[in-house]
Design a protein. Structure first.
Length: 52
């Protein structure tokens, strides 16, 4: 999930903005960082709850 979900999200964004390369080049790094931070938050929350 930690590897596949960001790949799927970025692939969907890439396919939906395929005709708009400048927009994709401008948005993709920030979106990738946001997706990574979100999934890190989810994994941390799940591991914290499993410890309790």
């Amino acid at each position: 999930l930690a590897v596949a979900a960001p790949l799927i999200v970025m692939a969907l964004v890439g396919f939906s903005l395929v005709d708009q390369k400048p927009v994709l080049n401008w948005v993709a790094p920030g979106l990738r960082g946001m997706v990574v931070r979100f999934f890190t938050f989810l994994l941390t929350g799940v591991s914290f709850l499993r410890e309790r």
